[in-house]
Design a protein around this ligand. Sequence first.
Ligand code: FAD
Ligand code: SF4
Length: 510
Amino acid sequence: MRKLRLLLGDQLNLAHSWFEETNENTIYLMAEMRQETDYVKHHIQKVVAFFLSMRHFATDLKAKGHQVSYFQITAENNPQDLEKLIAICIEKHQIEKFEYQLPDEYRLDLQLKTIASQLKIPAEASDTEHFYTTRNELENFFEGKKLLLMENFYRNMRKKHHVLMDGSTPVGNQWNFDHDNRKKYKGEIPVPTEKNFHKNITEILHEIKLSGIQTFGNIKENDFSWPTSRAESLVVLDYFCTHLLQHFGDYEDAMHTDEKFLFHSRLSFAMNTKMLSPKEVIETVIAHYHNNEAQISISQVEGFVRQILGWREYIRGIYWKEMPDYAQLNALNNHNNLPDFFWTGKTKMNCMQHAITQSLDEAYAHHIQRLMVIGNFTLLTQIHPDQVDAWYLGVYIDAIEWVEMPNTRGMSQYADGGIIATKPYVSSGSYINKMSNNCSKCHYNVKEKLGEKACPFNSLYWNFLDEKKDYFKGNQRMSMMLNLLQKIKPEDLFLIKTKAQEIIANLDGY
Ligand code: FAD
Ligand code: SF4
């Protein structure tokens, strides 16, 4: 039977059972398409990384003897329309069956279901064989429960998949070493330079320009750092194990103006495109730990495993449980506009300037920059979650809706009303000061709430709590913050709120 098998840009899993055997009657279809580059404005590095990875993947498939029909972005015969493309290929190759792997995004899932249902030949969808969990596994796990606590899900995953377990006991006699993972980085341990492939990308940049795709962000033609093949992804994984894992947990939440990546793995793009599987990443890291237990403590390894076996799978489960309604949620009724400096990095707030400039330069910021600097700021200034989502979805190299949206709209903006986070991740400048060196070099004074030099995060924080106090009054985890708010004298609160409103009215002036 002649089959057409569609592969999307984030379905680059060479270990998939589809590829176990070669068959000249099976055609693999891959296409660089405007519908994928244009549904939101993307960072230029993201578009380059996806196209290069797809091209490498097609080359790898061909080298294994598979038949690949590949449509580059500038190809004249690329119809730039998924439905038309599939129809053209079916006719050209006299296809008798259409197959695709289940997309991770709701948008594409719906589109492919519709296309498949309208074909005149049989169609079948298979699993991507990438995640530990199926789409609905989280929903089944939490059935009948009010609180969808990540920690409960994570412990179950550890047991179910025998990850870092000693029989029924967690290795190190503790499930979670979160409390050990909060060191401030003061330069005491040199951070190895990030693994960079220094690729020349002149040609693909030219094609992207020619095709008219609108992008933003910065890129260096001779210095492209991201892994765009499975072989390169394995190099980044090995680099992480050898050079970074030893300190990963300790400095997981730290920020430093001289260190963009600290001890983070930069593996999210390789995993989200499925060039690496989460299982092989976790198994490689644990094997490395066992071979080097004298140098690497369990808290580093558990911290890392929790992100992938816990958070990553949990976030995906929430996405499939809650979509499509999730994309509309705005529980705190926030409606302000994202300031222009999100596209330029031009602000006097040192923490924001660093986090945003880095995002524009590298298409990357690590978790705490995304959550406690940028996300904290957009929540405190009450930006509409649609705008925040669109920015995050566009700017980060690893941003695919299934993982971006629950993290941004849910965890960071509390727009889901607490499905993911039990309380909003908001803080005044003091948290940023505790976890980074940003404040010592800032135009603003982190200790002040009022006055020209006062750190904007301070008045914004109290203003946010006051504006949302009715919403949060039944939330136990907010009671300490709200009690502190109550202790502020009304006349002082009035001044703080006036200051905050002044900032919100003129975000680009700060
Ligand atoms: P490391 O710090 O080295 O962590 C290892 C791996 O753990 C990551 O590669 C990632 O696969 C996984 N991981 C860690 N935290 C999470 C999490 N909260 N959710 C899912 N996986 C996690 N991650 C994305 O992959 N795509 C996104 O679009 C994305 N958007 C985010 C938006 C916000 C507001 C926040 C707070 C977090 C977001 N994250 C997202 C999660 C996290 O910030 C990134 O996975 C991480 O920064 C990627 O860098 P790394 O590979 O160096 O991660
Ligand atoms: Fe950010 Fe405020 Fe610190 Fe400046 S003083 S770096 S604005 S937290």
